[in-house]
Design a protein around this ligand. Structure first.
Ligand SMILES: [Fe+2]
Ligand SMILES: [Fe+2]
Length: 308
């Protein structure tokens, strides 16, 4: 993972409310958690924030360029084809997805341009953003398996965000990105702790620390990436005790829960299905549509997960 150079790192004295939230979460862990090693890990991360040494991931250059692409369909197709066309691996990934069961038309597409036209500028851009994030930010060698798991869950959440927004007829450029990045704080934490010798970073302790701090840390990451405020707020509040019932935060919370249902549908539907359905209905999804929404999102996820 590429991390910010020391001059760009966040400092405790910066005016960021998110940096303060990270420190507050860490301080709570140090006083409330019984385990000494969790407290030590929390102290290490707090020190890194205070010394402006926290290894926050940087936004990949390709993601920045993709976000700046023109929104108009024709201009978007041209710009996307130009951006991805020089890279044979990217071209192959995009055409594979366009020919997958989720998008497949009567005839297979063979060119990048036809693949973009079939999937649309919005979907293609999301896929390219996903590929760029997966290959750079979601990569911490010392925690390869854990990060791969976080990636799959993040992709499932991104697809679920899109499904919900589509179902309630809201056009948003931010849904997929919000889902992809909602647990980025977990990855940032692993990148920070990767420097420790293996014996000093027990998985269960890191999991506890991550549960407590990842939402605030994720909001801090996207703040440094200068992403829209709504996206950062949704990430910050996605596990909040009293969440907002509307807006991107509510969509993200429902999508996060939908993504957990992808593991084993029967078990997942038994686990918290009533709560998920309630959340979806609050968002404007018609009662009784949950199973269809889940099946559709799952099919989309299965196709994307093959190439992302
Ligand atoms: Fe989370
Ligand atoms: Fe999550």
């Amino acid at each position: 993972m590429d991390v910010a150079p020391p001059s760009d790192r966040v400092h405790a004295s910066d005016s960021s409310a998110n940096a303060a939230s990270v420190l507050a979460s860490l301080s709570r862990i140090r006083t409330e958690r019984a385990g000494e090693s969790v407290a030590q890990l929390a102290e290490r991360v707090a020190h890194a924030v205070e010394r402006r040494a926290l290894r926050l991931p940087v936004m990949p250059e390709r993601v920045r360029r993709l976000r700046e692409l023109p929104a108009a369909a024709d201009a978007g197709v041209l710009a996307l084809a130009e951006l991805a066309g020089g890279d044979p691996l990217l071209t192959a990934s995009v055409t594979n997805i366009a020919n997958s069961s989720f998008f497949a038309g009567l005839e297979p597409v063979h060119s990048l341009r036809d693949a973009i036209v079939r999937m649309g500028v919005h979907e293609t851009r999301n896929i390219l953003i996903g590929i760029a994030l997966r290959s750079s930010v979601f990569r911490v060698d010392a925690f390869g398996r854990a990060v791969a798991g976080i990636w799959l869950h993040s992709l499932a959440t991104a697809v679920s965000c899109e499904s919900i927004l589509c179902e309630i007829s809201i056009e948003s450029e931010a849904g997929f990105m919000t889902g992809l990045l909602h647990d980025i704080g977990r990855v940032a934490l692993l990148a920070e702790l990767a420097e420790l010798p293996a014996g000093e970073r027990p998985d269960d302790q890191i999991g506890m620390l991550s549960d407590s701090v990842h939402a605030a840390l994720g909001a801090l990451v996207v703040e440094t990436w200068r992403l829209p405020r709504e996206l950062g707020e949704a990430i910050r509040d996605h596990h909040a005790a009293r969440p907002s019932a509307h807006g991107m935060t509510a969509v993200l919370r429902a999508a996060d829960q939908m993504a957990h249902c992808f593991g084993d549908t029967s078990e997942a539907l038994a686990f918290g299905a009533g709560d998920l359905e309630h959340q979806l209905v609050e968002l404007g999804v018609a009662p009784g549509r949950m199973a269809l929404l889940l099946a559709d999102a799952r099919a989309h996820f299965d196709d994307l997960a093959k190439v992302l």
